[in-house]
Design a protein around this ligand. Structure first.
Ligand code: ARG
Length: 457
C-alpha cells in the first residue's frame, strides 16, 4: 500500500520498521480528539478562505461520518497507516475522495498530535476530579457516622493517643482536596492550544489560531511554535500530580488492609470487594486495596519513564515523543479505575465500633493526659512525663491499664492525684479535651466536617 507521505520514497518500508514506528495500536485512543481537532481546523480553513467553503463542508460531513463509524465500532485501523492521524485522514479520503486531502493544509502531525493530547487530558483530568470528589463524599458519609467513634491514633504504628475515627478518615479528605487543587491548577497549562504551530515554524497560510482555540474551548494559544510542538510538560505535570494522588490512594488502601486484618478488625470490607483463597476456606482477602496499593508502582513508573524520554531532547519534535502516550493512558486508566473502586468500597465497609472501643480500653494511649493533669496542678511537663513513665511501667508489671489502677496506687507516685483522675482518663474525655483548632475533639471534628462538606458542590 502506498503511504500518504510516500512521494519521496522508492522502496517499501521494512515490515519490522513499520511495526516499530507505528503507534496506531495505542494512539487509536485519541480518535475522538483527533476528529474534534480536525473539525475545528477545517472550519477555520473555510472561514479564512484557505480552502473553499464547499470543500470545507464536504470535509466536515466526511469527518462526521467517521465519527459515527467510530461510535459504532466500525473503524478498522491499519499499521500501514502508522498512527491515528493518518488512519483518519485515509478514512476521510476513502469516504469523500481526493478533496479529503485538503484537510491537512497548514497543519502537521506534530501540532496535531500535541493538540489531541491536550484535548484528551482536558477531558480526563476533569473526569478524574469528579471521581476524587466521589471518594471524598464516601469519606464524609463514613465520617458523619463516626464523629463519636474512638480508635487508637498511631505514630510509628504504635498506639499514641486516641482519636475520633472521623478525624482519621477526614485526614484523607484533605489529601484528596489538595490533589483536586493540583489537578485543577494543571488544567491551566493543559488549556493551551498547540495547533497552528505546523511542523515547528508556523505556516505560510493565513490561519486564525484564536478561532481554533475558541472552537475547541482552549483558553490560550502557545505563543511559540517550537515550544508548542515539543512541550510535554503538561503530561509530566499530570503524571506527577497523578503520582501524588495514587500515593494517597495507596496509603488509604494500606489502612484498609490493616484495619480489616484479624489483628485489628476495625472494619470489614463488603464481600463484593473481597475474594477468597483457593485452599483456605476461611479466608476473605482484601485484594482490592492490595491492588490499588500496588498499582502505585506503575503510576510512578510512567512519570519516570516520560521524564527520561524527554531528558536531553533537542527542539523541536522528535519521534521519541511518541513514547509519551502509553504511560499517559495507563496513568489515566489506573487512576480512573482505582478511584471508581475506592468510593463504593469505603461506602459499603462496616465499621466495627465495638472492636474499636475494646482496643481503646486496652492501651496506654491516655498516658499523655495524666501528664497534662499533673501539669495543671503545677508540675513541669518534663517532670510529669517522668512520673507517668514510672506509672506505666508499674501498670505493665501489674498487668493493668491506667483506668484499672486505684487512687492509692496513683498516690504512691504523686500526692497530687485525686479522684477526678478517672474522669480525665476516660477515652471520651481524652479525645474531647483536644479542642485546639484542627484537633480531634468531637466539637472540632464536627466543625471540620462542616468545612469539608462546604468544599464539595
Ligand atoms: N504518531 C506520532 C506521535 O505520536 C505523531 C507525530 C508524528 N510526526 C512525525 N513527524 N513523524 O508522536
Amino acid at each position: 500500500m502506498s503511504k500518504l507521505w510516500g512521494g519521496r520514497f522508492t522502496k517499501e518500508t521494512n515490515k519490522l520498521v513499520e511495526e516499530l514506528t507505528a503507534s496506531i495500536s495505542f494512539d487509536q485512543k485519541l480518535a475522538k480528539e483527533d476528529i474534534e481537532g480536525s473539525l475545528a481546523h477545517v472550519q477555520m480553513l473555510g472561514e479564512q478562505e484557505i480552502i473553499s467553503a464547499e470543500d470545507a463542508e464536504k470535509i466536515k460531513n466526511g469527518l462526521h461520518k467517521i465519527k459515527e463509524k467510530l461510535a459504532a465500532g466500525e473503524l478498522e485501523y491499519t499499521v500501514e497507516n502508522e498512527d491515528i492521524h493518518m488512519n483518519i485522514e485515509k478514512f476521510l479520503i476513502d469516504e469523500i475522495g481526493p478533496v479529503g486531502g485538503k484537510l491537512h493544509t497548514g497543519r502537521s502531525r506534530n501540532d496535531q498530535v500535541a493538540t489531541d493530547m491536550h484535548l484528551y487530558l482536558k477531558d480526563h483530568t476533569a473526569g478524574i476530579i469528579e471521581l476524587v470528589e466521589a471518594v471524598q463524599t464516601a469519606i464524609i458519609n463514613q465520617a458523619e457516622q463516626n464523629v463519636e467513634t474512638i480508635i487508637p491514633g498511631y505514630t510509628h504504628l504504635q498506639r499514641a493517643q486516641p482519636v475520633s475515627f472521623a478525624h482519621h478518615l477526614l485526614a484523607y479528605f484533605w489529601m484528596l482536596e489538595r490533589d483536586k487543587a493540583r489537578l485543577t491548577d494543571s488544567l491551566e497549562r493543559v488549556n493551551w492550544l498547540p495547533l497552528g504551530a505546523g511542523a515547528l515554524a508556523g505556516t505560510t497560510f493565513p490561519i486564525d489560531r484564536e478561532r481554533v482555540a475558541e472552537l475547541l474551548g482552549f483558553e490560550e494559544v502557545y505563543p511559540n511554535s517550537m515550544d508548542a510542538v515539543s512541550d510535554r510538560d503538561f503530561i509530566l505535570e499530570f503524571l506527577s500530580v497523578g503520582s501524588i494522588l495514587m500515593m494517597h490512594i495507596s496509603r488509604l488502601s494500606e489502612e484498609l488492609v490493616i484495619w480489616s486484618s484479624e489483628e485489628f478488625k476495625f472494619v470489614e470490607l463488603d464481600d463484593s470487594f473481597c475474594t477468597g483463597s483457593s485452599i483456605m476456606p476461611q479466608k476473605k482477602n482484601p485484594d482490592v486495596p492490595e491492588l490499588l496499593r500496588a498499582k502505585t508502582g506503575r503510576v510512578y513508573g510512567n512519570l519516570m519513564s516520560l521524564l527520561t524520554v524527554l531528558k536531553g531532547l533537542p527542539l523541536a519534535y522528535n519521534k521519541d515523543m511518541q513514547e509519551d502516550k502509553e504511560g499517559m493512558f495507563d496513568t489515566v486508566e489506573t487512576l480512573e479505575g482505582s478511584l471508581q473502586m475506592l468510593a463504593p468500597m469505603i461506602d459499603t465497609m462496616t465499621v466495627n465500633k465495638g472492636r474499636m472501643r475494646q482496643a481503646v480500653n486496652q492501651d496506654f494511649s491516655n498516658a499523655t493526659d495524666i501528664a497534662d493533669y499533673l501539669v495543671t496542678k503545677g508540675v513541669s511537663f518534663r517532670e510529669a512525663h517522668e512520673v507517668i513513665g514510672k506509672i506505666v511501667l508499674y501498670a505493665i508489671g501489674e498487668n493493668k491499664f491506667l483506668l484499672d489502677l486505684g487512687l492509692e496506687e496513683y498516690k504512691q507516685f504523686s500526692e497530687l492525684f485525686e479522684d477526678d483522675i478517672y474522669e480525665v482518663l476516660a477515652p471520651e474525655h481524652v479525645v474531647g479535651a483536644r479542642k485546639s483548632y484542627g484537633g480531634t475533639s468531637q466539637e472540632q471534628v464536627s466543625k471540620q466536617l462542616e468545612l469539608a462538606k462546604s468544599k464539595l458542590k
